[in-house]
Design a protein around this ligand. Sequence first.
Ligand code: PFF
Length: 470
Amino acid sequence: MSQNREQWGSKIGFILAASGSAVGIGNIWKYPSIAGENGGGAFTIVYLACILIVGLSIVVAEFVIGRKTQLSPVGAFEQLAPKTNWKWVGYLGVAAAFVILSFYGVVGGWILKYIVDSFSGGFIELSGNTKAAEATFNSFITSTLSPLIYQIIFMGLCIFVIIKGVKGGIEKWSKIMMPLIVVLLGALAIRGMTLDGGMAGISFLFNPRFEDLTASAIVLALGHSFFTVSLGMGTMITYGSYLNKKQNLVTSALWVIFLDTAIALLAGVAIFTTVFALGADPAQGPGLIFVILPSIFPQIAGGTVWATMFFVLLFMAALTSAISILEVVTAYFIDQKGWSRKKATVQFGGIITIVGVFCSLSLGAEVIDGNGQDVGHGINLTGFLGMSFFDFMDKLSAKYMLPIGGMLTAIFILKKWGLTNYMSELKIGMDKMDLSSLLVRALLTISASIVAFIIFNEIYFQITGKALIG
Ligand code: PFF
């Protein structure tokens, strides 16, 4: 273990930082919108199963690799399997960090803009008018300068936290923001449930409608379970590398998964109770947060305050996730290239922001006006990629990079590092817990196989146009 490697200041600090990474836009924006579209409670059951089987075993695996090696992903795989190609799993993680943070930073910027708008009473004119809310959102995200300014501010905050280091930056801010997220979301959920007709939202979210649960929804639930727990790109390896040997990695992982799931469900409750109480459309997909909510919040008493609270908590969730992504890149340059934290963070935070600029501008490439004319002005790669650069980066990471990284991590333990070595590191810090290596092997094997199938299914679909399932 390197003598001067930064360490977490406390057990709880580590758990809050790791769950800060997990809890993000994926929980508060993606989960409710995809659950709403895909069978409500039925989707939620599949999602919970995926997280408990695949999510849990790979979070633990990443923590173990990080704590054992005290290194970020590239160095970690190199140390455990010297002179082999396994270090490429680490490089895949660093690449995924670039891809994810470039578009995540753009959405972080949108959230900042919505805090400003809600606080300044800008939602009032959208009250009850989904069309107007949609037009406002679309014209904002497809415009050139304004989203970039907010994106740069968001990335600047991210860089600011990371420069301060593990304990003084990531841990300090996670300890402030995570409890605040829970309190604000709890208040919003109670508000929603006490609105007339709000409880119908709960039954929408939790009553399983198996007839709406298609095979592709199952695939979606699995893919999302990686994204939501920040798996497959070495984030949890990096966070685990700042741990000493006292922490119980299984209970820590259970905490992370519990908080991640609880916050996703709470977000679902807060959103759907409000949506149902006001008779809005629950199956709006991505538009749920940026279109539906701004049009319904002004209709409830104290709407400006509630809306601002919502976007502030969404911002905090986004920031604690974004910093964990930037930390993967920063830690790589510190560990492998010997750079200072400041140099690595500023340079690569800057480069990722520039890639993000292209994501943002790609949304304005094709804008159809009221007369059916294309008045777009952004960077158009759609012809080349078949989708906007923004969507491309989203799909590339969620559908391929994270699942492949997670699958390879499980295979690495089973086939290369060996279960015996893995178990002996895992058991450190777990005095009272007895863990059967048979169970661990089974969970890792099941996880790797399910993910392998999903990736194969996706590639098969891309080639033949027909999926095996979904
Ligand atoms: N878990 C985050 C979310 O749900 O929004 C996204 C994320 C963060 C993915 C960190 C990957 C990662 F390494």
